[in-house]
Design a protein around this ligand. Structure first.
Ligand code: ADP
Length: 502
């Protein structure tokens, strides 16, 4: 209001001035009253024109982009310009702030691992993040303001949206080769919809795997149970001779052992999955490991195979000894079980130049056809089911080996060719392998003399090695870095390779 009094006063002063000028001029012509009136009228007119011009300048500024300052001429219009500009600037600032907040909010939703899409009351796309675009096969820019039901080619989703019952999520196949997408809709505002989508391919696959697993375990256990049930029934209903009874008992014992092996392998798998990864600070002597495996292999083979264990004298592996032994035992028992009598099984250690190393289990058995290689480590996968069961296999051995290798940061590689044999390679990263060089560096911290320990282990290895080792070349007999080089391996040349842990 402080501008009102000066404005009235200045208007009055202006009219007074122009009226006085008119009076003076009117006096010259003897018409002072008319002169004063005309002067005052002209003053009012001039004042109004100046006022209108200033108002027009302000209106022009308002019509424009308000980049420059508002016109400040004149007491009244200057004040109006200043106040209007201040409001405009405040509004601009709050729009910028709101836009920044919106951008932050949208980029937070954009970063979400789930899909988010906003639909208006007519199911037209208001906005969607790139995950949602991926799930529905949309283009976030091009498809904006398009009706989503015209774009998404998933009948289940379209029917779900049209039905309008959004209590439960709907799952449908994603676009292209994408797996399954789960969608949940929530209403908000005036008929708007928030569409939340999630890629559930992995979950669906896990569910299917779990179902298959339970079905497989049930099947594996039902077979020996049925056999046992049949024998029990036979023994109850029939009068058996002593010899027959003994035979039935033997067969029942076989089925019991089969179930025990199955339960044992299932427990091993469960333990491997449920326990933390083995740390890299416990070192297992590879020669000692070979020695333990060798005893099992000899017992299983019962002299039917030529077993060759090329144990290194100075190599250690970091990890859980029980798991490492279990992995190698599984491979060696497979080699013995699947290789016909008279065949040979060779277990070797291979030092690689980059410090990594591998345990190779090679046999000259029947080999495995290429198409089976990628599936070998699946639970209960068998190339020849009856042969596996007849020799006491559970179908879980290679699955256990794969888990052990993953837990040790290593890989299982399989080379095999039908009729030529197989080589299973347990490849360990350099961080989990140490040999003489690094051992020497640590010698000062080792309390017992390492050389004596290694020599004793090596001697024990040699003592337990079959005659085949004694007949081997001097280098092999020494045991140091005795390698089954890939080029010498019948299964290595042109043989299909499968890396089970990649
Ligand atoms: P299983 O208990 O049946 O041996 P595994 O998981 O150990 O189960 O092995 C999976 C399948 O791989 C076996 O059923 C067998 O057909 C095949 N297999 C494994 N090792 C060999 C091998 N050394 N030679 C030939 N086939 C093998």
């Amino acid at each position: 209001m402080e501008w009102l009094i000066p404005r009235i006063l200045s208007s009055l002063l202006w009219v007074l001035l122009t009226g006085s000028a008119g009076l003076w001029l009117g006096n010259l012509y003897g018409l002072p009253g008319v002169g004063a009136l005309i002067g005052s009228a002209l003053g009012v007119l001039l004042h109004s024109v100046v006022d209108a011009a200033r108002a027009e300048r302000l209106v022009q500024w308002l019509r424009g982009k308000q980049v420059n300052s508002a016109p400040r001429a004149g007491e009244f219009w200057g004040e109006v310009g200043y106040r209007v500009e201040r409001s405009v600037r405040r509004l601009e600032r709050s729009v910028i702030d709101e836009n920044e907040k919106l951008a932050q909010f949208l980029s937070a939703i954009e970063a979400s691992p789930n899909g988010v899409m906003l639909l208006d009351a007519g199911d037209q796309i208001e906005w969607c993040n790139s995950e949602a675009a991926d799930h529905f096969g949309l283009d976030p820019r091009r498809d904006k303001r398009q009706r989503v039901t015209n774009l998404v080619r998933a009948p289940a989703f379209v029917a779900y949206l049209q039905r309008g019952a959004f209590e439960e999520a709907v799952v449908f196949p994603g676009p292209g080769s994408r797996g399954s997408v789960s969608v949940l809709v929530r209403r908000y505002g005036q008929g708007m919809k928030l569409v939340l989508s999630q890629d559930v391919t992995e979950r669906e696959r896990n569910d299917a795997m779990r179902r298959d697993f339970v079905a497989n375990v049930s099947h594996e256990i039902r077979t020996p149970l049925t056999v046992l049930g049949g024998f029990i029934e036979t023994m109850v209903n029939l009068q058996l001779s002593d010899a027959e009874r003994r035979r039935v008992m033997e067969l029942m014992a076989q089925q019991t052992v089969r179930m025990q092996s199955l339960v044992g392998d299932l427990l091993t798998l469960a333990q491997l999955e449920g326990s933390p990864r083995p740390t890299a600070d416990r070192w297992v002597d590879v020669a000692r490991l070979f020695l333990q495996v060798q005893a099992d292999a000899q017992a299983l083979s019962a002299g039917r195979h030529q077993l060759l264990f090329n144990a290194p004298v100075d190599v250690q592996l970091a990890g859980a000894e029980v798991e490492l032994i279990s992995a190698v035992v599984n491979l060696v028992t497979n080699a013995v079980r699947y290789t016909p009598a008279g065949g040979s099984v060779t277990v070797s250690w291979l030092n690689r130049s980059d410090g990594s190393g591998e345990i190779d289990v090679q046999d000259d058995g029947p080999g495995i056809a290429r198409e089976h290689l990628p599936r070998l480590t699946e639970r209960f996968y068998r190339v020849d089911g009856s042969r596996s069961r007849d020799t006491g296999g559970t179908g879980l051995g290679l699955s256990i080996v794969k888990h052990v290798m993953l837990r040790h940061g290593g890989e299982l590689e399989v080379l095999s060719e039908v009729g030529k044999g197989s080589t299973f390679k347990l490849q360990f990263p350099s961080s989990r392998v140490r040999s003489s060089a690094s051992l020497a560096a640590h010698a000062a911290t080792v309390p017992a003399t390492l050389a004596a320990t290694l020599a004793a282990t090596h001697a024990a290895t040699q003592a337990a090695t079959p005659a085949a080792i004694l007949a081997a070349t001097p280098t092999q007999a020494e045991g140091a870095n005795v390698l089954s080089a890939p080029a010498q391996n019948p299964t290595a040349q042109n043989a299909p390779v499968f890396n089970a842990t990649r």
